[in-house]
Every structure is written in C-alpha cells, then in structure tokens.
Write a protein that binds this ligand. Structure first.
Ligand code: URA
Length: 301
C-alpha cells in the first residue's frame, strides 16, 4: 500500500470518529506537497486501480467467513502490496450482493494485514443484509473463528436469547463486528483479547460501508469497544447507554455486551438495563411489545 493510502485511511477513520481538524506540522505539510507533486507528474496508467473484481455470485444471507490469503493462522504480517486499500461498494445489485462484495474485499484488506496483530481468518457478518436492525460487537473470538460466524459461542447464545425475547431470530437481523479477524496474542489457544484502537480504526471503513448498504433503522452497539470504535466514545457502558446516539444519521443504542451478562458479577439490574435498551430498539423498529415483554427483569434477583 502506498503511504498516501495509509494516510487517507487514517483520515477517513478520524473523520468517522467525528474529528474535523488535524494538526499538520511543517514536515507533514512538506510530505503532502511532495505527494501532490508526484501525483501531478505520474502517468495515469501507473496508478493502481483500487476497484476489485465485481462479485461473481449473489448471496441469500450475509457471508460469514473466508480465509484471508495467508499461509497459516498466525498473525497477519506479510506485505500486502497487491491487496486493495480502498473499498468499493458496487452500485448495482441488492444488499446481499453488496455485502458479499464487501466480504470479498475484506478478505484482502491490506491495512489489516499490515497491522500484523490480527489472525488471518475473516469472520465478516451474519444474518439478513436487508435487516432493519443491525447489532455490532467488537471482534470475533475463538468460537467465532472456529465456526466462521459472529457471536457463535456462549455470548452468541445469550444474544440469541435476547433476540428471542424480542420475538426475533438471527435470520431477521444483521450481526457484525467492528473488527473482522480475531485479535492475536502470543501463545494463543482459546483466549481472546479486546481489539486495540488501531485494529478498530483499520476495519471501520468496512463497518461504514456495511451501514451504507443496510441503512438500518437502528444499530445496537454491544459493549464498550463497539461504542468506542463506532462512536468514538470512551468510558463505561453505564454512562453511554440509556439514550440514542447518532452515526451518520442512524440512531445507535449502546448496551452491555452479552458476555458481560454471563459474568457472575452481573445481576438482574444489568439484564433489565439491556432489556430496556432492546425495548427502545423495538419501539424504534415499530415492533409490537406485549405487557409481558415490558415486564421482563423487573423483579429483583
Ligand atoms: N464478542 C463479540 O464482540 N463478537 C463476537 O462475534 C463474539 C464475541
């Protein structure tokens, strides 16, 4: 990838986080002037085309996983000069074809390879690419990497329970993660780690592209990392939840990660808090809500 592409990716990620001004020192200005001069003298045919091949097949549901073209499941570290660093959302086709095209490009995403801190198996998304509700987690873990689909382990079962309580199932919503490959750590077996800000920023252009395809009625950010990566928020989920945020005109609700509800330290009040966020989402989606549903988790326990 050319340095200018890294710079553009960084600036797009900053813009997505709401940053509107960047400080440029004299040296940075000179580097930009030099890039500008080179671009003006470069032959048009010398510029690599950022547009990958059009997707060949249409998918009925969101594609979940494919292997990035690497030799092993070690952290991604090989040079990626032949890999694209720009994302192209096809203008033709339906949401399923567009999400399939994004997944295909994600499998060759140069910035992720260049970080060298992520494993190589791509876990893109699951569910309905035309869904009105999008759920966003932080990153695949051991179970997701094994099964090639987001939220495949115990946290995923908890998420399924929550969806069932809402009268929904996985096939009716779109489930994705901010980071599309499992964060690597030395001697890793089944242990997972949170994605770093760099890893989240590197994949944010794909999340933006997914959102631009779906234009969901609302997004639920599951946990602090998803909220940090998508909305640029920091701090505790308790301070972020309970109100609507905005991502490029789409209402976003932040709530506790399902894995948090599985911890011994979380109690009925946390379950109720998640449920209240889900009730808000149901209202936003215009889903019917029964008295029984309204009353879930109101008893202390
Ligand atoms: N946690 C996440 O945030 N995402 C997954 O896909 C699984 C667990």
């Amino acid at each position: 990838m050319r340095p200018v592409d890294s710079l553009l990716d960084f600036l797009r990620a900053e813009e997505a986080r709401g940053v509107r001004n960047v400080h440029l020192d004299d040296q940075a200005k000179e580097v930009l002037r030099e890039l500008h001069r080179r671009a003006r003298v470069a032959k048009p045919s010398a510029a690599p085309s950022p547009r990958p091949a059009a997707p060949s097949a249409s998918a009925a549901a969101a594609p979940s996983a494919s292997r990035m073209p690497m030799a092993s499941s070690a952290p991604v570290s090989s040079p990626a000069s032949a890999s694209p660093a720009r994302i192209a959302v096809p203008s033709l086709g339906g949401p399923a074809e567009k999400i399939a095209a994004l997944a295909e490009q994600a499998a060759h995403w140069a910035p992720a390879r260049q970080l060298g801190t992520l494993r190589d198996r791509l876990v893109f998304s699951a569910g309905d690419p035309a869904a009105r509700l999008m759920l966003l987690g932080e990153a695949p873990g051991y179970h997701e990497e094994q099964q090639g689909t987001p939220f495949a382990g115990p946290a995923g079962q908890k998420l399924d329970d929550i969806l069932r309580a809402m009268g929904l199932d996985r096939s009716q919503v779109y489930i994705s993660n901010l980071v599309k490959c499992r964060p690597a750590s030395p001697g890793q077996t089944t242990n997972n780690r949170k994605p770093t800000p760099e890893e989240m920023a590197c994949w944010l252009p794909f999340v933006r592209a997914e959102i631009s395809v779906l234009r969901p009625s609302c997004i639920i950010a599951l946990g602090a990392s998803a909220a940090e990566g998508l909305l640029g928020l920091s701090g505790a989920v308790a301070a972020m939840r309970g109100r609507w945020h905005d991502f490029e005109g789409i209402p976003v609700r932040v709530t506790y990660h399902p894995a948090y509800l599985l911890r011994g330290t979380s109690g009925n009040s946390d379950k109720r808090a998640v449920w209240e966020d889900m009730l808000e989402a149901m209202e936003k989606l215009g889903l019917p809500i029964s008295d029984k549903q309204r009353g879930y988790f109101t008893k202390p326990g």
